[in-house]
Design a protein around this ligand. Structure first.
Ligand SMILES: Cc1cc2nc3c(=O)[nH]c(=O)nc-3n(C[C@H](O)[C@H](O)[C@H](O)COP(=O)(O)OP(=O)(O)OC[C@H]3O[C@@H](n4cnc5c(N)ncnc54)[C@H](O)[C@@H]3O)c2cc1C
Length: 432
């Protein structure tokens, strides 16, 4: 019988292979597996593709990751902040307006109370769009001072163009008491799914990939799939190789997979054209000074700053930087509706870091590593659900299971990628 093929050696593809324990061949286009979870060394600095922190909601994944990394994990209590109006306030903004100018904090508090009085929110409340969700749940002040500008910056489009199906559990919803306490006091109460996180002591986030990949054979790297004859069940690679399959598990981005289908299924044309995503230009700097910040990461909602988030890898693990140095990662979102000028953005980011008081001078930058992450966030617009369902149904009818963050076409974490792989392995094993 023709074999099972796994396409894409990111965490999702690796996890399928790891859980199957045999009977597959995995193909990956890059020279090493890991996908978004690779870490690159540059002049004694180790850079991930932006911040990659391990948050666990699932006990199985928590135990698996601890077993794989055997003591090579540091536990952290999140130190995440928001920078706006020229000052730092604690994350999440909606529960921590203490420290903002009084008129801003008042706006946020009154808006929240008005929204509470006006809308009776229950689990079955239906929202027109994400903006509607923000206004009803948080009120106009929190919406205007953080939620709308931040989300527009990150998603590269106005929140009214997004649905709400992605946001639980990512956006914390504090109670009225929490919001009042957070306006009057510097409260340290943890909110949300990522209040605690783990990070490898050594090796960056790729340490997890390496540990998982040890149990995965064979992995063929340098194999970029470029065409899939889905009727004959045959993959052709850019290096000229061909591989027949009985079942195909694909963890590569859905638009790329659809483009490869040969003959092209006309029924998918419109759905494929409507899939939207935004990209992240991830600019990392090695800095010649220790202790650049005491924070883990900081959100920047204001337009004046080019990035929507920056973070400090040395605070995840001291082994991310050489002695007497530190580093910073920055994330700039872009898409066809809001392009980025790749010629000027690196200098602009340096200037913005200086304006935020993070860099003292651009001369402090001693290493520079840019990752252009084409597929970063899947956009949940109003056509999302029907298109993704149509595409996945077609693929499954033709024995192709498309999984992971970009194969499944969803907002999901490393933990979800591992679980996706495990569940797919369990589903496919009886068919082999
Ligand atoms: C900016 C950013 C920050 C993030 N931060 C976090 C975080 O803090 N915590 C967290 O849990 N998650 C985070 N994530 C999410 C996390 O990165 C993903 O959920 C996870 O890495 C997805 O793994 P995957 O295997 O589904 O996809 P990928 O990692 O994208 O893997 C896909 C693989 O397919 C390969 N491939 C593509 N095309 C082909 C082809 N034609 N032929 C062969 N191979 C191909 C790629 O090279 C890649 O190895 C973040 C994501 C982004 C974008």
């Amino acid at each position: 019988m023709a074999p099972l093929i796994i396409l894409g050696g990111g965490l999702a593809g690796l996890s399928v292979a790891y859980h199957l324990r045999g009977g597959y061949t995995l193909y990956e286009k890059e020279v090493r597996p890991g996908g978004l979870c690779r870490s690159d060394q540059l002049e004694s600095f180790l850079f991930d593709r932006s911040g990659h922190l391990l948050h666990f909601r699932n006990d199985y994944v928590r135990k698996l990751v601890h077993r794989l990394l055997k003591g090579n994990l540091i536990a952290h209590r999140r130190r995440a902040w928001v920078y706006s109006k020229g000052r730092y306030t604690r994350y999440p903004f909606q529960a921590n307006t203490y420290g903002l100018p009084v008129e801003v904090a008042t706006d946020c508090l009154l808006g929240f109370i008005e929204a509470k009085k006006r809308y009776h929110i229950t689990a079955s409340t239906r929202y027109k769009n994400f903006e509607d969700w923000i206004l009803r749940n948080f009120g106009r002040g929190i919406a205007a001072h953080f939620m709308l500008p931040y989300n527009e910056k990150m998603w590269t489009l106005p929140p009214r163009e997004l649905t709400t199906e992605w946001l639980s559990p990512y956006v914390p919803r504090p109670s009225l008491k929490d919001v009042v306490m957070g306006a009057l006091t510097d409260q340290e109460k943890p909110f949300g799914y990522n209040a605690e996180f783990f990070y490898p002591r050594r090796g960056g986030i790729e340490a997890l990939v390496r540990a998982m990949a040890k149990g995965v054979k064979p992995i063929h790297t340098g194999y970029r799939a470029e065409a899939i004859d889905w009727k004959r069940r045959l993959i052709r690679f850019a290096n000229g190789a061909e591989a027949p399959y009985n079942y195909l598990i694909s963890a590569i981005p859905l638009p790329e997979l659809i483009r490869m289908l040969n003959p092209f299924p006309d029924s998918l044309e419109r759905a494929a054209a409507e899939l939207r995503f935004c990209s992240v230009y991830n600019i990392n700097f090695g800095i010649s000074r220790k202790n650049l910040s005491d924070k883990h990461w900081v959100y920047f909602p204001e337009k004046e700053f080019s990035f929507y988030r920056v973070g400090f890898p040395a605070n995840f693990s001291p082994h991310m930087v050489p002695p007497r140095a530190s580093s910073v990662y920055t994330e700039v979102s872009y898409s066809p509706s809001r392009p980025v000028d790749k010629l000027t953005i690196v200098n602009k980011v340096k200037e913005d870091l200086q304006r935020a008081g993070i860099l003292k001078s651009p001369k402090e930058v001693i290493a520079e590593q840019v990752f252009d992450i084409k597929y970063a966030y899947v956009i949940y617009d109003h056509t999302y659900r029907k298109n993704v369902r149509l595409i996945h149904q077609f693929l499954q009818r033709n024995r192709i299971f498309s999984i992971g963050r970009f194969g499944g076409w969803k907002y999901s974490s490393m933990e979800d990628a591992i679980l996706d792989g495990k569940e797919t392995a369990e589903k496919i094993a009886p068919l082999l």
